[in-house]
Unconditional design. Structure first.
Length: 523
């Protein structure tokens, strides 16, 4: 028997013993769903105030007669206590709201499993329009390290944003009377329930010595382990176990909506890979799921293996669906190796942005494949949405923005001696999917013609040498022509942008037969 088989058997037996040891309590009587949700901006993490949210029970799951409307408070919070019939064992709530002319719908599932109360703390992350990355903003995440049945240990990680400033202090309020001044503290709760966690940071502006303070709050559900349904497994490098000394990655759990296929997805949990490159998702309601594993960019093996879905698939549409009823699912994932190839002189760069924002999307996974569909390289976009690939031999490639649950098509491009570089790949995330395009040369080229203001509000001026014949075309992100203007320049050409919707546009300018292309942002 191989070493890997021994390790897997050990881990499986350990998990079975753990499952048998789960603590359970049987209650009878009135049951309650205690809800405390939050609507936040996915870029800054800040709560979004005064948004109307409608919530109702999902009759396709169980007969919960509930309907209510909320307005989020100053920190984006909303909540209620929902009393349900004592015979109901499971249920789902559907949340719908509109923001910035976009409609959203989310579902949250739960099981009582003979419990008296269920706690729900849904956090809905959306991209808000018209904003930029804040210069100084408290932000945090947490990982539940629940190792005991009567307590819950949480690891809090500071993710605060401080541009041109130095953070000098952190103050955590854990919601149970305890505090900490550490940057990344751990805290153990002794009672189950919902706690509102707040982080306050203080900082000094670079070169100005001005004090800045920022606070953020999020609700956290601290739970005991009552439910026994678990999805667990190990991550392998191909057929080999991920070495213990390697910097591990993350496993993601998505709930699947659809009868026989993946119609839509909702991510409900993520955990860091632990010893033996293992993961486990606890207290999972029955339903259909998919799991994704991804190595950290700092891992020794990040550049050798692609993120992979259970079923050993590159793309979420091809993932093997895990049907979880009463019991547990063992789901090992063999990470797909990237193909080795001889390096060359070619390179490709681009960006990924949201249709409703001028800012890029951070940490999007961009996958590069050859014509045969083999994985070659990957790139995680930076804070501005930029990504790139270098050292490519000449040939034809397909670039994918692999965002779980969002459909999109590849961008195909060819590198050769006459065109060794492509610097204008663009993915745009819209309500209906990911749209890709290869636009112009470089947005900075347009600066030679002095276009201003950019971003604009009502009008744009383009400085074109007097007497020069010109053609100006403006396209939106769907490649629809918004404006076309021709003539001979008198010095400055003004464009009326008052009727344009806020967002990103492409401006194509032809002057004396020379073409330049760039981006224009309308606020």
């Amino acid at each position: 028997m191989s070493k890997n088989t021994h390790t897997k058997s050990f881990f499986l037996n350990l998990m079975i013993l753990f499952i048998w040891g789960l603590f359970s309590v049987v209650y009878a009587g009135e049951r309650k769903v205690i809800l405390l949700g939050q609507l936040v901006d996915s870029i800054s993490g800040r709560g979004i105030e005064d948004v109307w949210i409608h919530c109702e029970g999902d009759p396709s799951v169980s007969n919960i007669s509930y309907s209510n409307d909320f307005y989020t408070n100053a920190t984006g919070l909303f909540g209620d206590t929902i009393v349900v019939d004592e015979h109901i064992t499971k249920g789902a709530l559907i949340f719908t709201f509109d923001y910035d002319n976009v409609s959203y719908e989310f579902s949250r599932f739960f099981r009582f499993n003979e419990r008296l109360e269920i706690f729900l703390t849904p956090m809905f992350n959306i991209l808000t329009s018209g904003g930029t990355l804040p210069g100084f903003q408290a932000k945090f995440s947490f990982t539940n390290e629940n190792e005991e049945h009567e307590a819950s240990k949480l690891l809090f990680e500071d993710e605060s944003i401080a541009i041109n400033a130095d953070i000098i202090s952190w103050h955590w309020d854990f919601g149970d009377g305890s505090t900490s001044s550490l940057q990344n503290p751990k805290h153990t709760y002794t009672e189950e329930g919902i706690y509102e966690i707040s982080l306050t940071i203080s900082g000094i502006s670079a070169g100005k010595n001005n004090l800045q303070i920022s606070t953020i709050s999020h609700p956290v559900y601290v739970y005991k382990r009552y439910e026994s349904n678990i999805i667990f497994g190990q991550i392998f490098l191909g057929e080999s176990l991920l070495p213990t000394l390697s910097d591990y990655g993350t496993a993601y759990l998505y709930h699947v909506f659809g009868e026989n296929s993946i119609d839509s997805l909702c991510m409900i949990d993520s955990v860091n890979l632990c010893g033996y490159a293992a993961y486990s998702f606890l207290s999972i309601p029955e339903g259909n799921y998919i799991v994704k594993a991804s190595l950290n960019p700092s891992s020794d093996y990040y550049y050798d293996y692609s993120q992979t879905y259970f079923g050993n698939q590159l793309f979420w549409q091809d993932a093997e669906i895990i049907t979880l009823l009463d019991g547990n699912a063992s789901c090992d994932i063999n990470l797909i190796p990237k193909l080795s190839f001889s390096t060359g002189e070619g390179q490709a760069e681009g960006e990924i942005i949201a249709q409703t924002k001028s800012a890029g999307i951070e940490n999007a996974y961009i996958l590069l494949l050859n014509e045969e569909g083999e994985s070659l390289m990957s790139s995680n976009s930076d804070a501005d949405g930029n990504f790139g690939f270098s050292g490519l031999p000449y040939g034809t490639y397909n670039a994918y923005a692999e965002l779980t649950g969002i459909s999109g098509e590849p961008l195909t491009f060819t590198l050769d001696e006459s065109n060794p570089e492509v610097g204008n790949l663009q993915f745009v995330v819209t309500e209906t999917g990911i749209q890709g395009s290869i636009n112009g040369t470089d947005e900075n080229n347009i600066s030679a013609l002095s276009i201003s203001p950019n971003p604009c509000i009502n009008a744009v001026g383009i400085n074109i040498p007097a007497g020069s014949p010109y053609t100006i075309r403006v396209y939106d992100l769907t490649a629809a022509l918004i404006l076309e203007q021709k003539g001979y320049s008198t010095g400055t050409i003004r464009l009326d942008a008052s009727a344009w919707k806020p967002g990103v546009y492409f401006v194509n300018i032809v002057v004396d037969g020379q073409t330049q292309l760039g981006k224009l942002v309308k606020k």
